[in-house]
Structures are given as structure tokens and as C-alpha cells.
Ligand binder design. Structure first.
Ligand SMILES: Cc1ncc(COP(=O)(O)O)c(C=O)c1O
Length: 418
């Protein structure tokens, strides 16, 4: 393994060559062996053990973890099992790294199992009365919608929806505003919508929400690892994500951000050991002054160590580059598909309204037959989109995908339309 001196020299060279400075403490970079500062996507692809015989285009569903993440997860599992220790210290070591990756303070994040859990902690913890209202996008994933439907069922909270599709941010803002009433307490949006990959204008929505005195929650399941994220700059009150999609963390990982000055606005519904800042039976108990109050009991430290490594891995590539790569590949695919009159592209074209997902459908063919004609003969792992009756197929293009992958989809579409 290269020593620290070697690393510093290499890092200095790559910074000098590209002007790129890593965001996190990248002492782990030599272990990752990443081509930091280089544009060599083939080298990035080589860090993934994905099957070569199938083209994987479903990161929006589940993202493969690169080898350094899996190595870390396995090594920590083995080590903790051999010593029979919990490894909770590793969770606390991961917290500042993960927080920094998302532009948050250490005490503002907690580790969850998935995005759904983070969304549900916010939804079930809000102090609401019957008749209070939440506005959410009609493309919300069940993991973002059902926690609110539960509040409707249990407490009579009213769920109002707006359509997020369209071609301009002003239209999105107008449609949200139209659903707001004096009873609106929360606005929740998907950061990037799951069905068609719309990138929501979250900083503008944060402004709207602030003016109205509402809570702003973002379901970021599709954004972590797809876009550079600075939660403080966005100005949301809470944000939840999965680790196991674009970030490439192990399955069953997630992060919930709760803005420090609003920690006490979410009623903890599940607490126990480690949630407290001191307790004594029968009548003394204080919450720890951190989002960590929602974590309790023995945790899976190897998963969190893997999540930390996933943040370091993505930071090693550089999130601005990851974002640009997504735009580059989706633009190539879009251009190819625009040649077919019989294809309708549902993802907005403007760069600031989409990320690394492209959803489209045939105008005159059964979408299930279309999906089948693309996936089996061409060995493409893609996702069908039935939500909101969109009847389409969704392609996710991430750092391990290539121009060849995008071209393969175009070729498959050409053949399917014959
Ligand atoms: C926007 C959105 N929210 C929530 C989820 C659920 O994620 P998880 O399975 O990590 O809870 C998904 C998964 O696709 C999603 O796209």
C-alpha cells in the first residue's frame, strides 16, 4: 500500500494538474486506488464487480457498491466478529465524514436503514392535529408517500398533492403554492423524482416554505451520490436518503438530516440506549442534543463503515464530476432517442431540472412489450415505470456506465421499434 508521503505527492500532482481539490479528508484515497483528478471512467468502472454480461442501468432502484466499500464492510464484519465487539466507535468516526459529505454538522445526522425510515421519522414525529396539511409531489415513492398516508389514517392529517412534471421551475413552484392553505404545515418533495428523474428546484422551494412558516422535508433517496449536496445551503429542515442507490453504500443504509435548530420539533418515536444525555428511573431523561437521539440499541457498525467508505469513494471522484458525467451520458442517450418520432421522452431537458435518469415511452406500443424487447435480447437491466400511469421505462446512468451503455440502449430501442 502506498505510504502517506507517496499519497501526498500524488494528491499534490493531481491537484496541480486539474485544479481539483477533494472535499473530504481523503486520507483513504490510496486505499481506494482511485484515479483522483483524472477523467478515466474506465478506471472507475474497474472498481465495480458488476457482471460484464449484463448492462446495469437501474441505479435508481439499487446501486452496486464499488469494491473498496465491500472490502471495508467485509473487513469490519470479520474483525468485529472475531473480537465479538459492536464497533460503535466506528459509527461515531463515520458521522463527521458523512455529515461533511452532505454539508451538514455532525449532530444533524443520524444513520438509518433506508430513506423510508428517515421519511417516516419525520412524518411520524411532527406535532400535527387533525386537519393540518402536508403538500407532497404526486410522483412520491411509496417510501415518501406512505408515512404521510399513515398520519392521515391515524390522525386525520390532510395530504395534498401537486404534479411535479413540466419543463420549468416556475411552474413547479406555482403548482406547490396552489396547494398551500393556512393549514399547510409541511412541504415535502422528492429531491429527484423516482419515476422520471425531475430534479426539483429545492432551494427555491425552501424559500417558499420559509416565507409560509412551514417545515420543508426533502426525500433525497435519488439524489445522494448523484449530485453534490450541501444541505445547509439548500435550507431545508430535514432530508432523508438511502445509501444503497447512487452512493453505492451497502444495502440497508441511509441517512437522515435534521437541522440543528429544529431537532426538538420532531418527537422521537423510538428511543432507547444511546438516545439519552442522561437518565435515571423513575423520572429523569434528557435527549442527547443530536439527531442521534433517534438511533438506539445495538447497531450494524460494518454497514455504517461501508457508508462512510462510499462517501469517500464518491468524494475521491469528485461530486461535481459525477454530476457532469450523469449529464453527459443522459444527454447522449437523449440525443440518440430524439431521432425516433415514436419515442416520447418524459424527463425534462433543461440541465437544472434533471440528473442522471432518463425516462421515456413508446407512443404506439405496449410499454410492457417494449420493456421486454429492450431488456431480454439486449441484456439491459432497466426499470419499468407504472407510477402515475406513466407507462414508461427508466434508465439510470451512473459513474460505472459508459457511452457504450447509452448507445446500447439506443440500439435496443431502434430494434424494438422495428
Ligand atoms: C424518491 C424515493 N424515496 C424513497 C425510496 C425508498 O428507498 P428505500 O428503499 O431506501 O427506503 C425510493 C426508492 O426508489 C425513492 O426513489
Amino acid at each position: 500500500m502506498p505510504d502517506r508521503r507517496h499519497f501526498l505527492r500524488t494528491a499534490a500532482l493531481s491537484v496541480a494538474a486539474t485544479g481539483w481539490t477533494p472535499h473530504l479528508d481523503v486520507l483513504a484515497a490510496p486505499t481506494l486506488g482511485l484515479p483522483t483528478g483524472s477523467d478515466d471512467w474506465a478506471q472507475v468502472r474497474a472498481r465495480y464487480d458488476l457482471w460484464a454480461e449484463r448492462t446495469y442501468l437501474n441505479t435508481g432502484g439499487l446501486g452496486p457498491a464499488p469494491r473498496p466499500v465491500l472490502d471495508r464492510f467485509r473487513a469490519v464484519t470479520d474483525d468485529l466478529q472475531l473480537r465479538s465487539e459492536t464497533g460503535h466507535r466506528l459509527i461515531e468516526e463515520a458521522r463527521p465524514v458523512v455529515a461533511r459529505f452532505f454539508g451538514a454538522a455532525e449532530r444533524e445526522i443520524m444513520f438509518t436503514r433506508n430513506a423510508t425510515e428517515g421519511n417516516a421519522i419525520v412524518a411520524s414525529g411532527m406535532h400535527l392535529e387533525a386537519g393540518d396539511e402536508v403538500v407532497i409531489d404526486s410522483h412520491a415513492h411509496p417510501g415518501g408517500a406512505i408515512p404521510w398516508l399513515n398520519r392521515w389514517k391515524q390522525d386525520g392529517v390532510v395530504v395534498r398533492v401537486f404534479d411535479p412534471s413540466g419543463t420549468d421551475a416556475d411552474g413547479i413552484l406555482e403548482r406547490i403554492a396552489r396547494q398551500m392553505t393556512p393549514r399547510t404545515r409541511i412541504i415535502q418533495v422528492s429531491h429527484v423524482t423516482a419515476p422520471t428523474g425531475i430534479l426539483m428546484p429545492v432551494d427555491r422551494i425552501a424559500g417558499l416554505t420559509r416565507e409560509a412558516g412551514c417545515w420543508f422535508h426533502i426525500d433525497g433517496a435519488q439524489s445522494a451520490g448523484m449530485l453534490p449536496i450541501d444541505l445547509r445551503a439548500i435550507g431545508c429542515d430535514s432530508w432523508a436518503t438511502s445509501g444503497h442507490k447512487w452512493l453505492g453504500a451497502p444495502h440497508g443504509t441511509g441517512v437522515l438530516f435534521l437541522r440543528a435548530n429544529r431537532l426538538d420539533d420532531i418527537r422521537p418515536t423510538e428511543v432507547g440506549a444511546y438516545s439519552d444525555a442522561g437518565y435515571a428511573l423513575p423520572d429523569r431523561f434528557d435527549y442527547i442534543d443530536s439527531a442521534r437521539r433517534h438511533e438506539s440499541g445495538t447497531r450494524n457498525a460494518p454497514l455504517v463503515a461501508g457508508l462512510e467508505m462510499a462517501c469517500r469513494f464518491m468524494d475521491g471522484i469528485g461530486m461535481d464530476r459525477v454530476r457532469e458525467r450523469g449529464l453527459e451520458l443522459t444527454s447522449r442517450l437523449r440525443t440518440g432517442l430524439q431521432a425516433f418520432d415514436r419515442i416520447e421522452i418524459l424527463t425534462p431537458e433543461e440541465d437544472d431540472l434533471h440528473g442522471s435518469i432518463l425516462t421515456f415511452r413508446p407512443r404506439d406500443m405496449d410499454f410492457r412489450a417494449f420493456h421486454e424487447a429492450l431488456s431480454t435480447p439486449f441484456k439491459l437491466r432497466i426499470r419499468i415505470v407504472t407510477e402515475a400511469d406513466l407507462n414508461a421505462v427508466r434508465i439510470s446512468l451512473h459513474v460505472f456506465n459508459s457511452e457504450t451503455d447509452a448507445d446500447r440502449v439506443i440500439e435496443a430501442v431502434r430494434t424494438a421499434l422495428i
